[in-house]
Design a binder for this molecule. Structure first.
Ligand code: MN
Length: 357
């Protein structure tokens, strides 16, 4: 595996590449062109500038998170072919710039959803949290307002203000779109992009829906083992793969995370490793990465990745806000650095332990 950290670019991130470089074992970042809206083409010039910024700091780009998929592609709008063509051009340009991993998601309207961005934990840290009751009591358009008001002055990926204005409109577009339609639209998209992925060896890694169930009545499909295996089979190409995000699949306690990793052997191109603490099945908060701070057995998750031969980029995921840091909620430096160090430790222990048998 290749330990990485997510980086949002110098105009958006409070964490610098110089700081990231000092985290033990981190030689690469996962990043994106944050200022290119979904549906627009990524130019070679922009990709090259991003690469230069990262490489000048002594790091490399391990992959892109994300090249966002335009809503028209997801709901199957009349202009979807145009947006797919743009996506193909973006992939082609990434391939030409020697970037071979792209994370994306297929969640309608809302990206990841949390109901609190700074829930206080017993140790005084603050974390992102979710409680189903808060979602049930809220109108979708209010969701954007409540998230936007609590971002420490940052713009959070997936919750950009320009999307806020369009929420009602978007809900109209998804009227009548079923889970089966979403599967069909994803298949259509994947079949169109697989040739360029094969030509440039670009691994597509779909991120699971978070939380892993329908919110606000919108369909969601990348939520469990059955559905992700269906997605692998419906476009059976090694470039059609997965971002295994323990914190997202883990929102549903019925998902057996180590079992899912084993079932997806060979198709996990990217891993997000983090822990959650459940207070009830529909109320959880993001814990420290350490197993004993949350509800997951992080050792078993890392062991499953190791034993299935996972050799792609891995990153700690959302961290707690600790030590007075002011940053994008979930994306401060300190707790993610602790997470990286912990995952590195687990990996080394699993690796050396298995060689000694
Ligand atoms: Mn994730």
């Amino acid at each position: 595996m290749q330990m990485t950290l997510r980086y949002y670019g110098k105009n958006f991130d409070t964490v610098t590449l110089q700081q990231i470089r000092q985290i033990p074992g981190v030689k690469s970042v996962i990043t994106t062109l944050y200022d290119v809206p979904a549906g627009m083409t990524w130019t070679r010039e922009k990709i090259r500038a991003l690469k230069k910024e990262v490489e000048d700091a002594g790091l490399t780009i391990a992959g892109i998170e994300s090249v966002n998929v335009h809503e028209e592609i997801k709901y199957g709008g009349k202009d979807r072919d145009r947006y797919i063509d743009n996506y193909i051009t973006s992939l082609e340009n990434l391939g030409k710039e020697d970037i071979h991993l792209v994370c994306y998601n297929f969640m309608p309207v809302f990206d990841w959803t949390r109901t609190e961005l700074a829930r206080l934990r017993p140790d005084g840290s603050t974390v992102l949290a979710y409680t189903q009751k808060a979602v049930d009591d809220l109108l979708p358009e209010k969701m954007f307002e409540s998230i936007a008001g609590d971002m420490n002055g940052t713009v959070m990926p997936g919750w950009e203000p320009e999307r806020l204005k369009k929420v009602k409109e978007l809900f109209e577009c998804y009227k009548g779109v079923t889970e089966e339609d979403l599967f069909a639209n994803l298949k259509y998209f994947l079949e169109k992009i697989m040739p360029v992925c094969n030509e440039y060896d670009i691994k597509m890694a779909i991120h699971p829906d978070d939380p892993a169930w329908s919110v606000f009545g919108l369909p969601r499909i990348i939520i469990n083992e059955e559905n992700i295996l269906r997605m692998m089979k419906m476009v059976d190409d090694p470039h059609n793969g997965v971002t295994f995000c323990s914190g997202s699949y883990g929102t549903n306690l019925n998902n057996d995370l180590p079992h899912m990793i084993r079932a997806l052997k060979g198709r996990i191109h990217f891993a997000h490793v983090r822990n959650l603490k459940f207070n009830s099945p529909d109320d959880f908060e993001e814990a420290a990465h350490l197993s004993s701070d949350g509800s997951f057995d992080m050792y078993e998750i890392v062991k499953a990745l190791y034993e299935t031969g996972f050799d792609g980029p891995i990153r700690p995921d959302h961290g707690r806000m600790i030590w007075g840091e002011k940053a994008m909620p979930g994306y401060g430096l300190y707790d993610r650095a602790l997470g990286a160090a912990y995952i590195n430790g687990l990996w080394e222990a699993v690796e050396k332990g298995s060689q000694r048998k």
